[in-house]
Design a protein around this ligand. Structure first.
Ligand SMILES: O=C(CO)[C@H](O)[C@H](O)COP(=O)(O)O
Length: 230
């Protein structure tokens, strides 16, 4: 699929999600190129119908800046009790609505916002939808202090970790950590791997988002929108 077509699909999925946002609610806004379109649609609703929200929290400085450019005030997650709805993108989503996220290295904040949301909607084009989680390296955020030891441990498990780079330097996340991308495809038992990573000292967070998403809005190249609910 070429980039223009993919962008058109992302835009379509984003519109369907933006129309579901209720005025006066607490909204979580994720990260990425699909979410960028979602914010544009929110901005349009604000302009056309004066959409206001009780609070907005977001998972990246880029999304924050874009939201503010439309006149939305952005709060911190710590300032709100609970989020009513979070809309985010995903890198892969399977038939159980489990996913891989973190292509934009924002997985830690994304997971914290997602698990504190009453409802999570993901917006994707059809290229992200798979039967079993595969075709995208699994991002794992690790503390710099023990990153070499964690990398070795993951190597021994056959998970093929590589540091994500930014030029010649290891990419640094919002929290000053590093990302190890695990080359394992398909992921044979996602819940087992998530459990292992959850219990590995030095791992801050990982991009397996299991049993978190409630609804996926998929824009298909035949022009239709599929809404898959848990
Ligand atoms: O998880 C993410 C960032 O950490 C994004 O949601 C994911 O990478 C999808 O991005 P895009 O909409 O640009 O394809």
């Amino acid at each position: 699929m070429d980039k223009n077509t993919q962008d058109e699909l992302k835009k379509e999925a984003a519109k369907v999600a933006a129309d579901k946002v209720q005025a006066g609610s607490v909204l979580g806004v994720g990260t990425g190129s699909t979410v960028k379109f979602f914010i544009d649609w929110l901005g349009e609703r604000k302009e056309k119908e004066g959409l206001t929200l009780k609070h907005i929290v977001t998972t990246s400085s880029r999304s924050k800046k874009q939201l503010e450019s439309y006149g939305f005030k952005v709060d911190e997650l710590a300032d709100v009790d609970e989020v009513d709805l979070t809309v985010d993108g995903a890198d892969r989503v399977d038939s159980q609505l489990n996913g891989i996220k973190g292509g934009g290295a924002a997985l830690t904040l994304e997971k914290n916002v997602a698990v504190n949301s009453k409802k999570n909607i993901w917006i994707v084009d059809e290229s992200k939808v798979v039967d079993h989680l595969s075709g995208f390296k699994l991002p794992v955020e690790v503390l710099p202090v023990s990153c070499m030891q964690v990398k070795k441990r993951l190597e021994k498990e056959g998970l093929n970790p590589e540091f994500r780079m930014n030029g010649n330097q290891k990419l640094t996340t919002h929290y000053g950590n590093y990302i190890l991308d695990l080359d394992v495809s398909p992921i044979p038992v996602p819940a087992g791997l998530a459990d292992y990573l959850d219990h590995t000292v030095g791992v801050v967070e990982h991009g397996l988002f299991l049993n978190i998403c409630d609804e996926v809005i998929v824009a298909k190249s035949n022009g239709t929108i599929q809404e898959i609910k848990r």
